[in-house]
Design a protein around this ligand. Structure first.
Ligand SMILES: Cc1cc2nc3c(=O)[nH]c(=O)nc-3n(C[C@H](O)[C@H](O)[C@H](O)COP(=O)(O)OP(=O)(O)OC[C@H]3O[C@@H](n4cnc5c(N)ncnc54)[C@H](O)[C@@H]3O)c2cc1C
Length: 306
């Protein structure tokens, strides 16, 4: 059921970038954990030559032309691991979701990201799936992308042409579409960490407790000043727009004020006016709007507690 392709296993980031450039004319894709890519390569799951009923919807296709080459990133050491350097934490794109969820450093300093990784898929998917793969798949409900947007993550994109940094909130442009060029590799994700009191939290509402894409997911991050007032706030929402989005007005309403249950409730109400959900098989637009209000309040309360 899979189309034919060859797998290349570069040993360095520079070699991987060169391979992407070389094989671009015949079609090439980056392979991380493969939990999305290998599923997409099988689409459509019903072969074209089999008869279907007259009114059947067209089968989804991930690729117009399947890639002839896959560049596997698993053997590139610089793409693995979590490091704290100065006022930021750098995470290699090939770091598995299991390693992310289990890292005490991430739990302590980037709680929303650890919680997002912990709530993604199942143990099997988390063992194979990577942070970079979840971000690059750019689904509207991608759990770690929502957390990364709230945590002001910046994406380090490498190619044979050089390196560029993209803020996480500017990365996804439509469901499954990003600003990444076919010759670029997401190498690291950089998260600023605050010296003062800071906290973050992630909530995912889904129709099942595991192996389920979010109906709504929200991540919030707060930084307090020395007087205990909110100096910085970020609220990211998933599955309520074509890409994860920031609730900018809700976050702005918190700045300079003392945290309180009433303040967080009001912010939830404002965030509900900032989302643009659709109705689909997971939930109605109206339900999603109501849940944004609840989840924003709860993530803010937990960010403050942490
Ligand atoms: C059963 C199941 C359950 C799932 N549950 C969830 C869920 O609850 N929440 C959720 O958000 N997702 C879920 N997913 C989607 C998927 O598992 C995750 O998105 C996963 O993190 C993808 O990572 P990966 O390493 O397997 O990526 P891959 O499948 O290898 O790659 C995904 C895409 O990103 C590109 N890519 C990967 N890494 C890079 C890189 N470093 N640079 C450039 N491009 C890159 C690939 O070319 C491909 O287009 C689920 C999938 C399955 C099969």
């Amino acid at each position: 059921m899979l189309p034919k392709f060859d797998v290349l296993q570069p040993q360095s980031l520079a070699e991987a970038c060169a391979l992407l450039k070389k094989h671009a004319p015949k079609g090439v894709a980056v392979l991380a954990g493969g939990t999305d890519l290998l599923v997409n390569l099988r689409l459509p799951v019903i072969p074209d030559n089999l008869p279907r009923s007259k009114n059947a919807r067209p089968l989804p296709k991930a690729f117009d032309k399947p890639p002839a080459w896959l560049v596997a990133l698993s053997r590139i050491p610089e793409l693995h691991g979590i490091t704290e350097v100065g006022d930021q934490i750098a995470i290699g794109a090939m770091t598995s979701l299991t390693d992310l969820a289990g890292s005490s450093l991430i739990r302590q300093k980037l709680a929303a990201l650890a919680e997002a990784a912990d709530n993604l898929g199942s143990p099997l998917v988390r063992n194979r799936g990577t942070l970079g793969g979840n971000i690059c798949n750019a689904r509207p409900a991608a759990d770690t992308l929502v957390a990364t947007v709230a945590l002001s993550g910046r994406l380090e994109l490498h190619s044979a042409r050089g390196v560029r940094i993209v803020p996480a909130e500017e990365f996804a442009t439509a469901p499954g579409k990003t600003v990444i060029s076919p010759d670029e590799i997401l190498a690291r994700i950089l998260y600023p960490i605050s010296a003062g009191k800071a906290g973050s939290a992630f909530y995912k509402l889904a129709n099942r407790k595991a192996l389920e894409i979010a109906v709504v997911n929200v991540a919030s991050a707060l930084v307090l000043d020395e007087k205990g007032k909110i100096a910085d706030a970020r609220i990211a929402m998933g599955a309520v727009a074509p890409t994860p989005i920031l609730a900018k007005q809700a976050a702005q309403s918190l700045i300079g004020l003392k945290p309180s249950a009433k303040l967080f409730k009001e912010a939830g109400k404002i965030a509900a006016t900032e989302c643009k959900p659709i109705t689909d098989h997971r939930g109605s637009a109206g339900y999603r709007v109501e849940m944004v209000e609840v989840l924003v309040r709860r993530t803010l309360e937990r960010s403050y507690e942490l």
